[in-house]
Ligand binder design. Structure first.
Ligand SMILES: NC(=O)c1ccc[n+]([C@@H]2O[C@H](COP(=O)([O-])OP(=O)(O)OC[C@H]3O[C@@H](n4cnc5c(N)ncnc54)[C@H](OP(=O)(O)O)[C@@H]3O)[C@@H](O)[C@H]2O)c1
Length: 337
């Protein structure tokens, strides 16, 4: 498996398996299938409810001598209900316990904004009108300081950020002892994040693309879980340019999109529960896109209009001082006027 070297000196495999929106019983089979196909990188989060399944599969495989802990790069994330310095160690320990591991390879701050959470379920607390209770006093620079402590204590090998905007990444970099190794953000053909990727390159931060296929199916999840739908939900896999290139290269649309990102030096973490698609999504190293085809895919970029995950399904999140996509909220408000 091709890897990229992080600024921490550790290697991150270029393709990982995403595990969001997967039921525990489904994800065990998917992880097994993925490891069988050569995946050595799994992305999870405290919030995904998949850490235990990952721990179980890894434990079985290690016990059977099929794999060693050090062979697989495991990423998990600090939830926004624990996004304050005093909670970092507690949440990382809980993740490690679920994963049955004594360290993770990468620990990310999942989102820059912080909520108050229920002490038992860890769900965000809500007001009577459904608004989430914002913790506006949590300080991301202080949280980062505690993330650095976790590297020193050996609980994580590398640390990073997710869903931070450029100003927030730069703010962390100005005051840190350890520069973030990874920034994990939404990135696909419709939201190519060119400026942010350039800035990360300058800062020595590797970018990981989440929802690299445009998260087909997420709209259904939003509407059933949050009663929230995106009117113009993208179908990037079905775009004629992507479909034509799939035919030209005799590859699937998914492979074309993933190949486009890895040719930009970006790590991708597509999620699939389907054995054939799991196999497809990692078989992207036996071909290369020609320059004119890269340009055709580059031209699909819609900038901020291509963003799917603005987190506005958390009612009132835009009022948090660290909400990273303020312009998006303003745009939506103007559109509805
Ligand atoms: N940091 C964050 O805030 C954040 C946010 C979102 C996601 N993530 C991470 O990024 C991972 C990937 O993002 P995502 O799950 O939103 O979206 P995605 O990987 O872009 O898309 C996943 C969806 O595409 C389908 N799919 C997978 N491979 C396919 C292929 N080759 N052709 C056609 N359809 C395919 C899957 O269905 P099947 O399962 O049926 O194949 C699934 O419904 C997540 O699982 C999670 O680990 C992080």
């Amino acid at each position: 498996m091709k890897t990229v070297t992080l600024n921490s000196g550790h290697q991150i495999p270029v393709v990982g398996l995403g595990t969001w929106r997967a039921k525990p019983e489904e994800i065990e089979n998917a992880i097994d299938a993925a490891l069988e196909q050569g995946y050595r990188h799994i992305d999870t989060a405290f919030n995904y409810n998949t850490e235990e399944a990952i721990g179980k599969v890894m434990e079985n495989r290690i016990r059977d001598g099929k794999i060693k802990r050090g062979d697989v790069f495991i990423t998990t994330k600090l939830p926004n209900v624990g996004n304050r310095s005093r909670d970092v160690e507690k949440f990382l320990n809980m993740s490690l316990e679920r994963l049955k591991m004594n360290y993770v390879d990468l620990y990310l701050i999942h989102m820059p904004f912080s909520f108050f959470g229920d002490e038992e379920s860890y769900a965000p607390l809500k007001d009577n009108d459904g608004s989430v209770q914002l913790d506006v006093n949590a300080n991301i620079v202080e949280t980062w300081g505690e993330m650095e402590q976790q590297v020193e204590k050996g609980r994580t090998r590398s640390i990073g950020l997710s869903n931070f905007n450029m100003e927030q990444v730069e703010r962390i970099c100005k005051s840190c002892k350890i520069v973030p190794s990874v920034l994990q953000v939404e990135l696909h053909a419709y939201l190519q994040q060119k400026e942010l990727v350039e800035k990360c390159k300058e800062l020595g931060i590797v970018v990981t693309a989440y929802s690299p296929l445009g998260s087909p199916g997420a709209n259904q999840h939003f509407s059933s879980k949050y009663n929230y739908t995106i009117d113009d939900f993208p179908d990037i896999l079905g775009h004629p340019t992507v479909q034509n290139l799939a035919q030209k290269y005799s590859k699937s649309a998914g492979q074309i999109l993933l190949r486009h990102s890895i040719q930009r030096g970006i790590v991708v973490i597509p999620k699939s529960l389907n054995p054939n698609r799991i196999k497809d999504n990692i078989n992207i190293f036996d071909f290369g896109l020609f320059d004119q085809d890269v340009q055709a895919l580059d031209a699909l970029d819609r900038g901020e209009r291509g963003r799917i995950f603005d987190f506005l399904f958390f009612k009132g999140v835009e009022l948090h001082p660290e909400y990273p996509f303020k312009h998006r909220f303003i745009e939506n408000t103007l559109k509805s006027m």
